[in-house]
Design a protein around this ligand. Structure first.
Ligand code: HEC
Ligand code: HEC
Length: 92
C-alpha cells in the first residue's frame, strides 16, 4: 500500500474545502438576522394555548379567530399556515 503524493495532496485539498465550507456555514448562521416572526402573545386570548402541552392540540383553535371570517384574519402574504406554533413560538 503506497499512496502517490498526488493522492495525498487531493485528500488535503478536500479536507481544506470541507473546513472552509463548514466555517462559511457557521459564520452565515452566526450572523443570520434575528428571528422576526411574532411569538404567540401572552394575553387573555392566547394564555390558554401556552398551557396546552400538545402543539397540535393547541393549534386546533387558532383558525377560529385567525381566518378570513374570524376576528383577526391573517395578513396578506402570510406564509403557508400549517402548524402555527412551529413558526409562532411559545414561551419566552
Ligand atoms: C379567541 C380568538 C383568538 C384565538 C383562538 C387565537 N387568537 Fe391569536 N390573536 C387574536 C387577536 C384578536 C389578536 C390581535 C390582538 C392581540 O395581540 O391579542 C391576535 C394576535 C395574534 C398574533 C400576533 C401577535 C403579534 O405580536 O402581533 C399571533 C402570532 C397569534 N395571534 C397567534 C395565534 C395562534 C398560534 C393561535 C392558536 C394557538 C391563536 N393566535 C389563537 C385572537 C385569537
Ligand atoms: C411558516 C411559518 C408560519 C406558520 C406556519 C404560521 N405563521 Fe403566522 N406569521 C409568520 C410570519 C413570518 C409572520 C409575519 C408576516 C409579516 O410580517 O408580514 C406571521 C404573521 C402572523 C400574524 C400577524 C402578526 C402581526 O403582528 O400582524 C398572525 C395573527 C399569525 N401569523 C397567525 C398565525 C396562525 C393562527 C397560524 C396557524 C394557522 C400561523 N400564523 C402559521 C409565519 C408563520
Amino acid at each position: 500500500m503506497t499512496e502517490t503524493p498526488k493522492g495525498k495532496k487531493n485528500v488535503l485539498l478536500y479536507n481544506l474545502i470541507f473546513v472552509v465550507v463548514g466555517l462559511g456555514l457557521f459564520l452565515f448562521l452566526w450572523f443570520a438576522p434575528e428571528e422576526t416572526t411574532p411569538r404567540l402573545p401572552h394575553d387573555d386570548t392566547h394564555e390558554k394555548f401556552h398551557e396546552i402541552v400538545d402543539k397540535k392540540e393547541a393549534e386546533k383553535s387558532c383558525g377560529d379567530c385567525h381566518s378570513d371570517d374570524g376576528v383577526a384574519p391573517l395578513p396578506d402574504g402570510h406564509p403557508p399556515k400549517y402548524r402555527c406554533l412551529f413558526c409562532h413560538k411559545r414561551d419566552q
